[in-house]
Design a protein around this ligand. Structure first.
Ligand SMILES: Nc1ncnc2c1ncn2[C@@H]1O[C@H](COP(=O)(O)OP(=O)(O)OP(=O)(O)O)[C@@H](O)[C@H]1O
Length: 468
């Protein structure tokens, strides 16, 4: 199996004591899963190693024979300003630390500090370097507007420019180790995007999807972390959790907005520490999987209402994608219609029917609360009932009519007529309504009549009357 390197750039440890180099490498590996490490005992070789490229972070000792750490720090800053340096010194002196920070060190760590401080400082630097790198990639992608891996998006049918921008963003952030939040209404394609992220991430493991809605806290912990044998009554066998099953792949947590507060605490700890305890276990396990989460809820509103932890919300928002609803990208409707007609015809063993040309126009006037999933369901239903060469619009109109009559009128706050100082007469109100329907139907009277719930001849009669 291909070994995933973390971080993607190398970390150079420079110290003249081989024992320290060995023990620090081991600490970084066991406590933080950092395995992309290069060590160097000879200070005069450092600049040569950096010139070769591939190194993003240097952990530098100060007191070394030949070249002193402070001299090297200055040289690194001048010749490789993009490389970050952390001083790891035996000297606990404020003055030295201040001098080093002024020379551009990212952090100053004392060798005798707690392990948490050592590892935490390195993880912080990695996070910032990754974000800088992602920012650069993102700017380049946004400027070039050219996808490097369009094949990752072949299942996502769209011609909408906002979706194309979103694909560019997905390409830029997919290799990141930071969590990714995908929001959007139900059926809008969040899982499809999560799959594209996984494909583009280059992760060697599988994508493991878990719907966390309705899981109580213990089931959540058991599902994610697994348990050891005898953890609770009935736990006859040890069982690995989804994190372990995802391995070096992606863990996709769907419906994250429905997570209980207790489970939110567990998820936050997992993201912060990268470690977890299986239920009943006393030895921590490392998480190597990338975390992608999704929700159809307004997470910012839930956070403001105190239903979602602020610290977790901000952690999850490091990378954020919002997929617009189908009603806001009506240009996609004809494309999706064609795509699903072909798919449904193939699945149902029928010849692909031809859709009447008004169908896409009628669908464009509908709000699609169930988004692309709803459209797909409508097409499958129509194709399964289909007999003639031209597809009948009946099942679509029935589904739309049914859904419309179930929807309350979106009158926000008050009756729209309440704002009129003089109430319009029936005739005036009807004229305004007809005008709006014709405009929404792009001038197609048959569609406007459907929107108004009257027959096309009745609409025609009204139009003639109002023209007189
Ligand atoms: N742009 C698209 N092109 C083709 N198929 C799509 C597109 N968007 C969504 N679909 C299809 O619509 C259905 C719903 O998509 P998906 O499961 O990704 O939505 P979701 O946002 O994750 O839904 P939920 O919030 O209910 O989990 C799937 O069958 C998916 O293949």
């Amino acid at each position: 199996m291909k070994k995933t390197l973390f971080p993607a750039f190398s970390i150079l440890l420079v110290d003249d004591e081989p024992a320290w180099l060995k023990s620090f490498s081991l600490t970084l590996k066991s406590c933080a899963g950092i395995n992309n490490i290069v060590t160097c005992q000879e200070s005069r070789e450092v600049m040569g190693l950096l010139d070769q490229g591939g190194i993003g972070l240097v952990l530098l000792d100060l007191t070394m024979p030949q070249l002193a750490g402070e001299t090297l720090l200055q040289q690194i800053g001048e010749r490789h300003p993009g490389i970050m340096t952390i001083i790891v010194s035996g000297m606990n002196q404020l003055e030295t630390a201040v001098r080093c920070m002024k020379l551009g060190a990212f952090d100053y760590i004392v060798k005798t500090d707690e392990e948490d401080r050592l590892v935490g400082g390195v993880l912080r630097a990695i996070r910032i370097l990754e974000l800088q790198q992602e920012f650069r990639t993102m700017s380049d992608r946004m400027l070039s507007r050219q996808l490097q891996h369009p094949e990752a998006f072949t299942d996502i049918v769209t011609g909408d420019p906002r979706m194309q921008d979103l694909f560019n963003y997905v390409e830029a952030v997919s290799p990141s180790h930071q969590p990714l939040l995908i929001t959007g209404e139900s059926g809008v394609g969040k899982e499809l995007i999560a799959r594209a992220v996984h494909t583009l991430s280059g992760c060697s493991g599988p994508l493991v999807a878990v719907n966390v809605a309705g899981l109580d806290d213990t089931v959540f912990a058991d599902t994610l972390f697994g348990h050891v044998r005898g953890a609770y009554t009935g736990a006859d066998q040890a069982r690995p959790g989804m994190i372990e099953q995802a391995g070096n792949g992606t863990l996709f947590l769907d419906e994250i907005g429905d997570l209980s507060i207790a489970s939110q605490v567990k998820l936050l700890r997992l993201l912060q520490e990268g470690e977890y305890f299986p239920l009943g276990g006393d030895r921590p396990k490392r998480m190597n999987a990338r975390i992608v989460v999704a929700t159809h809820r307004d997470l910012a509103a839930r956070e403001a209402a105190g239903e979602f932890r602020r610290d977790l919300y901000y952690r999850l928002c490091t990378h954020k994608i919002h997929i617009p609803p189908l009603r806001d990208r009506v240009g996609d409707i004809p494309l999706l219609l064609e795509y699903f007609l072909a798919e449904a015809a193939k699945t149902l063993g029928k010849k692909k029917p031809t859709p009447p040309k008004e169908l896409a126009q009628i669908l464009a006037t509908y709000s699609f609360p169930g988004n692309v999933r709803e459209l797909r369901g409508m097409v499958y239903n129509a194709v399964s009932l289909h007999k003639e060469r031209i597809l009948s619009m009946d099942s679509f109109l029935k589904a739309i009519g049914q859904s419309r009559s179930d929807e309350p009128l979106p009158v926000q706050g008050q009756n729209p007529f309440a704002v009129f100082e003089r109430l319009p007469t029936f005739a005036e109100a009807a004229e305004l309504l007809v005008e709006e329907a014709i405009s929404r139907a792009n001038g197609v009277q048959a569609i406007a009549a459907r929107l108004l719930g009257i027959s096309p001849p009745a609409l025609n009669k009204r139009l003639k009357m109002s023209r007189k």
